[in-house]
Design a protein around this ligand. Structure first.
Ligand code: BCO
Length: 303
């Protein structure tokens, strides 16, 4: 092929890649989309529990999955509520971080099995899966640093939820387990795709095919767990310990923290040329900004 022909070929490939990414973003970022609409009514038919959101003045929000009578399993209405909470976080300009936790000393036991039984056909399953993939992708793409605080158990969809956060912290008795295989399933909320990116395909294959229990030591060893909190679930101060750990990453003004997260997301998800372009654009939002000018005026030494 001539040099011109090769260049034209590369251009066509790049355009194709850009079109695909834009398409993915449209699907994952739209607040309402056609296919997801029809599942909403079905999900609404399975009420129970709630997703609570507390936005704090520190710039840290706490998102609590709460359905204690069912070990914080996701009812249909909780799936809908999670999407609403993520939407609220997407527009939180003062925010820096979000902690995702479970109520009453345990994280989340996945889908509510009562709802699962009622929609146990491929059509509804795929719609529910599309809905949750969309929400969890948006959670991961928030311009906020996110952390799953795993007390007790994170099972099935609960394990998948932990992978939609930037960091995972665990109490010393915490367990993450992709139990899907035991249920005759594979992850469907995007958990497999994200797990491969976090721990690599070899480790992901072991965790999914063996439905292995990940305790804090195993989790740290394979890079799934970022830090172990040396306290037990339900002790009450777990959240304070989690906030303390997170504080090292969120010092400074919200626009700068959000800019950091944006360049990391684009670096993680986009082809290099596009990631570089996004990085330039984000850089332009902080260069010469208040935090930058203040730092320059202080003549800092980074010893
Ligand atoms: C794409 C998404 C795929 C999925 O998420 S599929 C769902 C995967 N999750 C599961 O299979 C979890 C099944 N549950 C369990 O293994 C155990 O209940 C669990 C969480 C280890 C807790 O065990 P224990 O401490 O002995 O407590 P327990 O079994 O008595 O549970 C207390 C009450 O909670 C209920 N529960 C727990 N997980 C649930 C779930 N996912 N859906 C609906 N209900 C659930 C459980 O039935 C029990 O209720 P009850 O007291 O019998 O009325």
């Amino acid at each position: 092929m001539s040099v011109c022909g090769a260049a034209r070929c590369r251009l066509i490939q790049t355009r194709g890649a850009v079109r695909r990414i834009l398409q993915q973003n449209r699907t994952a970022c739209s607040h309402t989309n056609g296919p997801a609409e029809s599942i909403r009514e079905k999900l609404q038919a399975f009420p129970g529990g709630s997703i609570e959101l507390q936005k704090q003045e520190t710039g840290i929000a706490v998102l609590t999955v709460s359905n204690p009578a069912r070990m914080n399993a996701f009812s249909g209405s909780m799936m809908l509520e999670l999407e609403q909470r993520v939407h609220e976080l997407e527009t939180w300009t003062e925010g820096k971080a979000v902690i995702v936790q479970g109520a009453a000393g345990t994280f989340c036991s996945g889908s509510d099995l009562n709802a699962v039984r009622a929609i146990a056909n491929p059509h509804d399953g795929m719609k529910m899966c599309e809905f949750m993939q969309n929400t969890l992708t948006r959670l991961l793409r928030l311009p906020l640093i996110s952390m799953a605080l795993v007390e007790g158990r994170a099972l099935g969809g609960g394990a998948e939820l932990t992978t939609a956060c930037d960091f995972r912290l665990m109490t010393s008795d915490g367990v993450i387990q992709f139990v899907h295989k035991h249920m005759g399933l594979v992850p469907g909320w995007g958990g497999a795709a994200r797990l491969v990116r976090i721990v690599g395909s070899q480790n992901a294959l072991k965790l999914l095919s063996g439905a292995k229990k990940v305790d804090p030591d195993f989790g740290k060893q394979m890079g799934l767990v970022d830090e172990v909190l040396h306290c037990s679930s339900g002790e009450g101060d777990t959240l304070a310990h989690g906030e303390q750990w997170l504080s090292q990453f969120i010092k400074g003004p919200a626009p700068v923290i959000q800019a950091v997260k944006k360049v990391v997301i684009s670096g993680r998800e986009l082809p290099l040329e596009q990631a570089l372009e996004t990085e330039r654009n984000v850089f332009g939002t902080v260069w010469g900004g208040p935090a930058n000018l203040e730092a320059l005026a202080l003549k800092p030494k980074h010893k």
